[in-house]
Design a protein around this ligand. Structure first.
Ligand code: PLP
Length: 389
């Protein structure tokens, strides 16, 4: 029999069966009233998800495309910006900004830790010429959440500075109300909290962000935000869109609205808490104990365990796909994602598989200890509804 696979990586994430079926329908043509109606609906769904009154652009690209577009559309050559670099994706902001000739002041953050917002405040007070602050809401490589709300409070009153947030593994996972907090640019991608195959990315911009797009002088062509916005307003796209993905997106956004974002955030929080509890109960050390992301949990493997072999054992023998470490954490950590279409029994599977793999690799583990900790958390949150109590 074909092995049953449990995909517990922070992208791609599992896809709901109904959404797969929607995307399997015969292809539509994109210059038709039928497709325009879909765009119109999707636009509203994205505004609900991003919690903004402004347009949320839909780009044909993985998340990095929207990251790059946020640099090329909003800044000018030689502009000074702050990048908060506490992991692989912070590093990516720096790389993109430098390739476009921006002058990057990096705030290096220890992997596994969140940035201290007062450092950003102090730099912005000292240096009045900083045009942008770049950060990850959820730094997937270190499983950390950076304090976006506090950063937005610092940046929102500075007329000449925007806050650019990579929410690729955060949007649809935890609360990032764009308009309420004053996030200027919020980027996301399809294959994480949005539960779609990779290939789409999204960008929401504040009024200040749009003002920046008027002054920016960097070259751009395919990712031209103003062109995309004008087309979106006419319920179309500048170029051939990823039609089937957008059809899938409509279904996902309908589901998201039906469940409600508050319920979705609470569900992710519960799964994250249960995962962390299971890992700690097994005597393992969390990678980001102080500021963990609710979308993905990282933990150190016991000393002497080869992370690559351990992850391969989980994948090839047990069918459980977790993510390994990146950069200097390669081979030392594992990451279990609990974002999107993940249920409580996926977490039981993850922790149960972890117990078995640990034992197989010679680590003294008491079977059931991690699972019991997961169940305790999930049980606490269960309602009595339907029990007759
Ligand atoms: C926080 C974060 N930023 C950026 C990216 C890059 O996105 P993509 O691989 O879709 O280009 C990822 C993907 O893992 C991510 O998790």
């Amino acid at each position: 029999m074909r092995k049953k696979i449990y995909l517990l990586t922070p992208g791609p994430t599992p896809i709901i069966e109904d959404v797969l079926l929607e995307m399997a329908r015969p292809i539509l043509h994109h210059r038709t009233p039928q497709f325009s109606a879909i765009i119109e609906e999707v636009k509203k769904g994205l505004q609900y998800l991003f919690q903004t009154k402004n347009d949320v652009l839909i780009l044909n690209a993985s998340g990095t495309g929207a990251m790059e577009g946020s640099v090329s559309n909003l800044f000018s050559s030689g502009d000074s910006v702050i990048v908060i670099n506490g992991g692989k994706f912070g590093e990516r902001w720096t790389e993109i900004c430098r390739s476009y000739g921006l002058n990057v002041k990096e705030i290096s953050v220890e992997w596994g830790k969140a940035v201290d917002p007062s450092i950003v405040r102090d730099i912005l007070k000292r240096d009045k010429g900083i045009k942008g602050v770049f950060v990850q809401a959820s730094e997937t490589s270190t499983t950390v959440t950076h304090p976006v709300k506090e950063l937005a409070e610092i940046v929102r009153d500075i007329d000449d500075t925007i806050l650019v947030v990579d929410g690729i593994s955060a949007v649809g996972v935890f609360d990032l109300p764009m308009d309420k907090w004053g996030i200027d640019v919020l980027v996301s991608g399809a294959q994480k909290g949005l539960m779609l195959p990779p290939g789409l990315s999204f960008v929401g911009l504040s009024d200040k962000g749009w003002r920046f797009s008027e002054d920016a002088d960097l070259p751009r062509y395919y990712f031209d935000f103003r062109k995309e916005r004008d087309n979106l307003r006419a319920n179309t796209t500048a170029y051939t869109p990823a039609i089937s993905l957008i059809v899938g997106l409509r279904k996902v956004l309908q589901d998201i609205r039906e469940e409600g974002i508050e319920t979705i955030f609470a569900r992710h929080e519960r799964l994250a808490m249960a995962t962390r509890a299971g890992i700690v109960a097994l005597g393992l050390r969390l990678l980001a104990p102080d500021s963990p992301s609710n979308g993905v949990t990282g933990f150190f493997l016991p000393d002497g365990v080869d992370g690559g072999r351990f992850a391969r054992f989980l994948r090839d023998d047990l069918g459980i796909i977790m993510a390994g470490g990146q950069g200097h954490l390669k081979g030392k950590i594992l990451r279990i994602a609990h974002m999107g279409y993940i249920g409580i029994f996926d977490i039981i599977v993850a922790i149960s598989g972890l117990e078995m793999a640990l034992k197989r690799f010679g680590y003294n583990v008491e079977f059931g200890k991690g699972i019991a900790a997961v169940q305790e958390i999930l049980f606490m949150e269960m309602s009595d509804e339907g029990t007759g109590k």
